[in-house]
Each structure stands twice: as structure tokens, then as C-alpha cells.
Unconditional design. Structure first.
Lengths: 492, 146
């Protein structure tokens, strides 16, 4: 019962917070001045700890609107996606997670630079949260931006059944946009009856492109129009919470400007070829000046997979006159986050080589699959490896670090993809400055915690190892992680 | 491109004696959009008298499961041909035997992507076992070895 007493305070915190959130969502179209005004009307909180409580439990949702079929899911606070947590940069947060599932869970605060013990990796950074138990996560986000949270236990199933939510860390000073929107994208493999299809952990999925689904939702709803107004400026936070689906989004008739990747501000730029490539776990913040015509519809499409392009949603302009005659003048660059600068001249070099998978040329012989029938991942064996070693599952005690870094040292990390498949490689606890791809410098000063490697790609990146602990580095295609595409490094 | 394939198939038909299977056989192949060896296998089939309609899908394992392929025996693509399921890189003589003999089964499968199989590069190592499966819950049986 002693566990119940703090919940009263926390419940208050939730009410205050959700009221504020509700207020924003009901306001509809705002001009920049109004955003600034609303910010100044926020309750004064002198660095008070933001308190939240989240319950993990089975629930039911309707992906296709109020008339669609119910789909049983696992959810944070009964909703898919989970509640959007809005925290303030450099202000402490305390989140109590109650496990109402029949199995262990944890929460990983994806992209947040936080103390190792708060990172949510079972066995490695904390004991898993057992059914009926709770865990208190406490951290102070140093960086403003778009992050997300998800389980790191039974990851493939728990993420695939719906456990994901956005974590937005607000800038100290609000950014001049009319609306700040979030699209949390989730990909579902549904059976004909609308239920989540069985077959998690299928070896063909594991050894190929992962469990890509057949229904994509935006904030939990499939194929709903997005209402916009001519002349407004939108900050759109895109977060791909899919198990495996890589997306290449195109905004018909519009020119999105990328202002942040994985929560970290970059030089504002239009993407090469106009498409926004968003791999699982990646986030991209764009600024969209809505320069389309009133009453018109513009498709947002995803054409990543050859021959499988589809319309994700439509931007539907209302009939009203433009909010302003010309696009907003204000600069779109976001304020920088306090990321430590790598010292490349004195960096310690490390290399990670990704191996295995179908068409992997038998490289996994000796570590598991690719023998005999040539089927990696068969009989629960590993389908993938990093530097010849397959760490499978979600994280557990006694995972030996692949390499060790002295605290404060710069790590110059090369990641080489020897496989025939795409891999979004996620580093826990750090954001990496992406230096080059296949020998060509990466422009726009991009910092990422999830870096997508195309087949045969080589990526160079760097980070300052300023945060002690054992940290994971793994592919965020959940099937790939479970089947061996994972490693651990240590910062002393 | 398709015309070229058909001409090639026609040439193959003329050049190769096909006692049991004479006409062009229509087939539909479901494959992962990022798997290239399946396309090589489709070309191999077309050289041997088939016309293959390739359909890229992201949920191949769901399709092969629905088709009755045992989860531990999945090949890298699923082919629907003349009332049968042919999963994976099954050699052409085994496919033709199936279509000629017409046994009371759902289909056959060569699991995984063995080196040296049609569509794959490399040298064949060891024996391939091609299994027959049904949808009635019975265990798969050996259909052929190569």
C-alpha cells in the first residue's frame, strides 16, 4: 500500500498536464504570437519535477475510426500510441511505470541522454519490471527535441502490440510556428479479421527485412485526413515507431524543410530528392509552410519499397483565406542542444561490422545460422552478428562489452554493413555526429541516435563518451535485434 | 521486358523437350521487395516454360503461412502455380514432377536459401530435401532430394 501514496500527487500532476495539452489541441489554428502568449501563461514552475504515472496494460483500439473493428493491443494508459509526454529541457522528470502485463517490461527513453540506470535495458541497466510491479524513472533531459519511449523487454512483441509513445522535450523558448504537430507512425501486421497477426519471431522476417506490416497509422488512426490552413507554418514532428517498416515520405505540392533529426537540430535543409527517409526509431522534425490552395487536397505518400507505394494521408486545406499573404519570415533554425563536440584529432577508433541475414554469403557460419539448409535464424539460432558475435533478445545480465571507452574520450565509430539488408543502428545514451557515408561527408551537421545503413553502406560517426555505463548499440528493426544484431559497449 | 522473357521462354520450349508440360504455365510469385535472388529464380522459371507474375509483398511470411507452408520450412518466396504452392528455390525438374504427378498435397518447399540453388550463386553443398506439405495438420513428408 505504501506504493499508493505518491500516486495522489502524481495523479494531480497528470491532471494539470493533460488539461494544458487539451487546451492546446482545442485551440486549433494559432498564430505565432498566440503561441508565445500561451507559453507565458503557463503555470509558473520553478524547475519543479514533472511527475507522471503510466500504466502498461492490455487494451483495445480502433485503427480505422469509430466504426472499425476493435483490435486488442498492449498500451500505455490504454491508448495507442501512449500519451505524449511533454517535458521541459533541463527540468527534472519523474515517471512511475506500472506493469499491468502478464510479462516483464521496461521503458527505454529513446534518444534521451540520461543516467545509465534509467535507460530501461533489462538485465543490463535495471531489473525488469515484473507483472504487478512498478519502476520509477528519474532523469533531466538535457536536449530539447522529439524523442519517444518504448519497452526494451520482449521488444518485438511489446512494440508490435502497440507499446510506444512520443516524448517531446520543449525548447526553453518556444519556436515561432503556428502549430506544433506530431505524427507518431506505427506499422501493424493485421490479419483479415483486424486482429494483430500471429507469427512474431518468424525466421523469414527475422532474416530478411523484419516484420513489416500492412496498415500504417498516424497517432493510432489509419488513413485519416490532416486538416491544414493556407498560409500557416507547421512544425511537424515525425516519429517512426514501427517494428521494421522504413518510410520515404513525400509531401505532394509542398517543400518540407528538415530542422532536426532524432531530436537534434541540424542546418535547415530540404531533403535530397524531396523524400524524407524515416527508418524505425528515427525522428525528423520538419517545417512546412502551407502554400497550397484553400479547399485542395495534397497526398502524403510513402514510396520506400519498390512497387509498394501507398498514400499515408492527405493534407486537406480548409476553405478559409490564407492566414497570411506570404510565408512567415521567422527563421526556422532551432536552438542548438548542449552536445559535447568530438575531438576527432584525438579520437579512439572503433569499428562495428554488421553480418548475416538472407543472401548474407554464409558469413554467419560458425555463429549460428547459414549452415546446412542455409537458413539463418532457424531453430532459434542467431540470424545476424556484429563483429562475429550474436547477442540475441532484449538485453540481459552479463553481456560482455564489445569495446570500452575511457570517460571523456571521443569515439570515432565506423559502422560497416556487410549484409544485403537495411539496418537503422541505434546507440543508447548518446547522440552521434554523423561524419560520412561511403566516404562522402554528410552535410547539414546531423546528430543522430539512430543511423540508417543501406546494404553495403559504411558510415562514420563520432561522439564524446561522457556518460558512464554499459550501453547498447543495436539494429532497431526489432526482429534483427532479437536475432543477434546487437552489441554492448562500456564507458568507464 | 516481359516480351523478352516470353520469347526466351518460347525459345526454351522449342529447344528443350518437355514431354509432360508443353504449354506456358502461368505462375504468381510473392516475394520480399528487397530480395534479389527471387527475381533470378523467376528468370530461371521463365527460361523453363513458365510465365511468372512477380508480386512484391512486405508480409511474405503471412502469405506463406496462409498458404500452408510450415513456419520452419519456409523458402525465400512463395509461388502459386497450377493449383500448387511451390515455396523457395525448388529445382525445375522437381516442380515439373509435381505438376505432372499432381499428388494430393498443398505444395512443396525447399527451406531457406541454400547455396547453389537456382537463383542463388555458389556451389551446392550437401543434399537438399524438398518437403511436401498439406493443410490438414499432418507432418511434412519428404517429396524429393537433390
Amino acid at each position: 500500500m505504501s506504493r499508493c501514496s505518491p500516486s495522489i500527487e502524481i495523479a494531480k500532476g497528470i491532471r494539470v498536464h493533460s488539461d494544458f495539452h487539451h487546451l492546446i489541441s482545442r485551440r486549433g489554428f494559432l498564430v505565432a504570437a498566440a503561441v508565445a502568449a500561451s507559453a507565458s501563461m503557463r503555470p509558473v514552475r520553478a524547475s519543479a519535477t514533472e511527475e507522471r504515472r503510466i500504466k502498461v496494460a492490455p487494451s483495445q483500439v480502433r485503427f480505422t475510426g469509430p466504426d472499425g473493428p476493435h483490435t486488442p493491443v498492449w498500451a500505455y494508459d490504454r491508448t495507442v500510441p501512449g500519451p505524449t509526454l511533454r517535458l521541459r529541457q533541463r527540468e527534472p522528470a519523474r515517471v512511475v511505470v506500472d506493469n499491468g502485463l502478464d510479462e516483464d517490461t521496461t521503458v527505454h527513453w529513446h534518444g534521451i541522454r540520461l543516467p545509465n540506470a534509467m535507460d530501461g535495458v533489462p538485465g543490463l541497466t535495471q531489473q525488469p519490471i515484473k507483472p504487478g510491479e512498478s519502476f520509477v524513472y528519474e532523469f533531466t533531459p538535457p536536449d530539447a527535441g522529439t524523442f519517444w519511449y518504448h519497452p526494451h523487454a520482449d521488444s518485438l512483441v511489446q512494440l508490435g502490440r502497440g507499446l510506444a509513445g512520443a516524448l517531446i522535450v520543449e525548447e526553453a523558448e518556444p519556436v515561432a510556428v503556428d502549430r506544433d504537430l506530431l505524427w507518431l507512425l506505427q506499422d501493424w501486421r493485421l490479419a483479415k479479421d483486424g486482429q494483430i497477426a500471429a507469427g512474431f519471431g518468424n525466421m523469414m522476417d527475422a532474416a530478411m527485412s523484419g516484420r513489416v506490416g500492412n496498415v500504417v497509422t498516424i497517432n493510432g488512426v489509419a488513413l485519416a485526413d490532416q486538416k491544414v490552413r493556407a498560409g500557416e507554418r507547421i512544425r511537424l514532428r515525425l516519429a517512426n515507431a514501427s517494428l521494421a517498416r522504413i518510410m520515404a515520405l513525400r509531401f505532394e505540392g509542398h517543400r518540407p524543410v528538415v530542422v532536426a533529426i532524432d531530436g537534434q537540430p541540424c542546418d535547415p535543409h530540404e531533403p535530397d530528392g524531396g523524400g524524407l527517409v524515416l527508418a524505425p526509431a528515427m525522428r525528423i522534425d520538419i517545417v512546412l509552410d502551407m502554400q497550397g490552395d484553400p479547399s485542395k487536397r495534397y497526398a502524403v505518400t510513402d514510396d520506400f519499397y519498390d512497387g509498394l507505394a501507398y498514400t499515408l494521408t492527405n493534407l486537406v486545406y480548409d476553405t478559409g483565406p490564407p492566414l497570411r499573404p506570404h510565408p512567415l519570415d521567422a527563421p526556422v533554425r532551432l536552438p542548438a542542444n548542449p552536445l559535447p563536440s568530438p575531438d576527432l584529432a584525438r579520437a579512439e577508433r572503433q569499428e562495428i561490422v554488421l553480418q548475416g541475414g538472407m543472401m548474407g554469403g554464409g558469413r554467419l557460419a560458425g555463429v549460428g545460422g547459414m549452415m546446412g539448409m542455409g537458413m539463418p535464424g532457424m531453430n532459434g539460432e542467431a540470424a545476424w552478428a556484429i563483429n562475429g558475435t550474436s547477442m540475441t533478445g532484449d538485453g540481459h545480465a552479463g553481456m560482455a562489452p564489445q569495446f570500452t571507452l575511457k570517460r571523456g574520450a571521443t569515439c570515432h565509430l565506423t559502422m560497416r554493413n556487410e549484409t544485403a539488408w537495411w539496418h537503422p543502428m541505434h546507440i543508447h545514451g548518446f547522440s552521434m555526429s554523423v561524419l560520412s557515408r561511403n566516404g562522402s561527408p554528410v552535410p547539414h551537421r546531423q546528430w543522430q541516435d539512430t543511423v540508417l545503413l543501406a546494404p553495403k553502406d559504411t558510415i562514420e560517426c563520432a561522439f564524446v563518451a561522457d556518460n558512464p555505463g554499459d550501453w547498447m548499440l543495436h539494429c532497431h528493426v526489432a526482429d534483427h535485434q532479437m536475432a543477434g544484431l546487437m552489441t554492448v559497449f562500456r564507458v568507464t | 521486358m516481359k516480351l523478352t522473357y516470353r520469347l526466351a521462354a518460347l525459345a526454351a520450349l522449342i529447344a528443350t523437350p518437355l514431354p509432360a508440360v508443353a504449354a506456358t504455365i502461368e505462375a504468381v510469385m510473392y516475394k520480399n521487395p528487397q530480395c534479389s535472388c527471387c527475381e533470378s529464380y523467376a528468370a530461371y522459371l521463365e527460361q523453363n516454360g513458365f510465365k511468372v507474375d512477380i508480386k512484391s509483398v512486405n508480409n511474405l511470411s503471412q502469405i506463406s503461412s496462409d498458404a500452408g507452408v510450415p513456419a520452419d520450412l519456409e523458402g525465400c518466396h512463395t509461388l502459386m502455380v497450377d493449383g500448387y504452392v511451390v515455396d523457395g528455390l525448388v529445382p525445375i525438374d522437381v516442380v515439373k514432377k509435381l505438376l505432372t504427378d499432381r499428388p494430393a498435397i498443398t505444395g512443396i518447399t525447399l527451406a531457406g536459401m541454400p547455396t547453389g540453388a537456382p537463383g542463388m550463386g555458389g556451389e551446392k553443398a550437401g543434399t537438399w530435401t524438398i518437403y511436401a506439405f498439406t493443410k490438414d495438420g499432418k507432418a511434412p513428408t519428404v517429396y524429393a532430394t537433390r
